[in-house]
Design a protein around this ligand. Sequence first.
Ligand code: S3P
Length: 204
Amino acid sequence: MASKLPEEIGFTHPPVDALREQGRDLAGSARRHLVLVGMMGCGKSLLGRWLGRRSGLPTYDLDRIVSRREHRSISALFEEKGEAYFRQKEAEALRWALSAPAGILSTGGGTFVFEENRRLLLEHGVVFYLEAPIDLLEARLRKSRGRPLLAAAADCRQALQELLERREPFYRLAHVTIPVAQQDREELGERIWLAYGERTRGAG
Ligand code: S3P
């Protein structure tokens, strides 16, 4: 089934020659994934798609991959099978994405918190932490229904604050921290793309 996933999730891998071409264009950078980590609501998925269009590289969104593979939304998966099952599927999706041609990889908010996931991401990717202030996260997530970890919370801000406090030390282990408060997506995307190029130039 895994071999059908690229088409299922809305992209096709560029032919090998095109990838090699990109590898040369980027001075070898196509060999490491550009990885986005950070809290839910910080913009990983949207920015990942923008970077995919900007770069022409394949995009991988772990939540989307899990959701497609499991034929249900992430919320339904949490509800029906529990968080442990989701984490297992998330870890599998991560391994699959890391074995596919290098591209833009958007993780879920919890992915990078798990030690083995983190080790793999730091080894195979250039990891960017999108650091968003709590006000921004709250404003974006207050009405969100697709976030199972917030669904049961009486106080969305407090739940976010607690998660952020627990997770921030792990997010800080990313290769690069990018504050996301003020910029628009394009500005942010260009900064990340530039930093990725700087980090990978000459690596190939
Ligand atoms: C989670 C974040 C979600 C999704 C799941 C768990 C988390 O992804 O993976 O609901 O643990 O923070 P986003 O960060 O894309 O919302």
